[in-house]
Design a protein around this ligand. Sequence first.
Ligand SMILES: [Zn+2]
Ligand SMILES: [Zn+2]
Length: 246
Amino acid sequence: MGCSSDSDSNVNDDGKEQSNNITENRKSVGESAGDLLDDVNYEELYIEIQYVQGLKPSTSTLDHFENFLTERLRKSGGITIELVEIPSPGQDTYSITDVRNLEDDIRTAYNQGSTLKVFGLFLDGAYSENSENGSVLGVAYRNTSFVIFAETIREFSGQPLAPSTTVLESTVLDHEFGHLLGLVNAGTPLQSAHQDTEHGRHCTAEDCLMFWTAETGEGLINMISGGNIPELDAACLADLQANGGK
Ligand SMILES: [Zn+2]
Ligand SMILES: [Zn+2]
């Protein structure tokens, strides 16, 4: 069987070559929103989370994330999250190009049959575009890919009176997945006027999970009160439901 640089080939029981269509997983953020939300093309969701040694998401974070997904997505075949530990890639900062290249090297899960596959990376170091007032905690950067800056999250959760790592981690995870689900006006059409155009693909409601401050450390520390993980507001929920979600 031939081996090509851009597609993983494997052989099924019939001896027929089955090519994992990698290009399906290399589209823009929001392009798979409908496929993630509904049950038409994909009945199953598989999420491969690779984390740098020492930055494993907590069990409560993963439980919370799974509930979040189960409440929103129609996946009759189920939702599976698999964790893989990786060594540090060794950089102090990463641009999105760095993260994309890293994903291309280490990702093993691509759509197969009726299973839609997503790649999540819990990374050390920091985002290269961070500024004094904006420490980015996560980025959704392809239709089925997101990165969580897990070391940066720990720097914020370690501050006095700050929310716990689990609360920050869960919020950023839900928020980035919200972008993969096409929020706000990014693949999932608006059902009402609630896009904060000044901040791109975010929601105008200050207490909504998709408010723009939910992905920077400085913003999130002020947004979270009493250790509660922000939820999607009615406007964002209506968008998801109209695009095939629950
Ligand atoms: Zn965002
Ligand atoms: Zn909203």
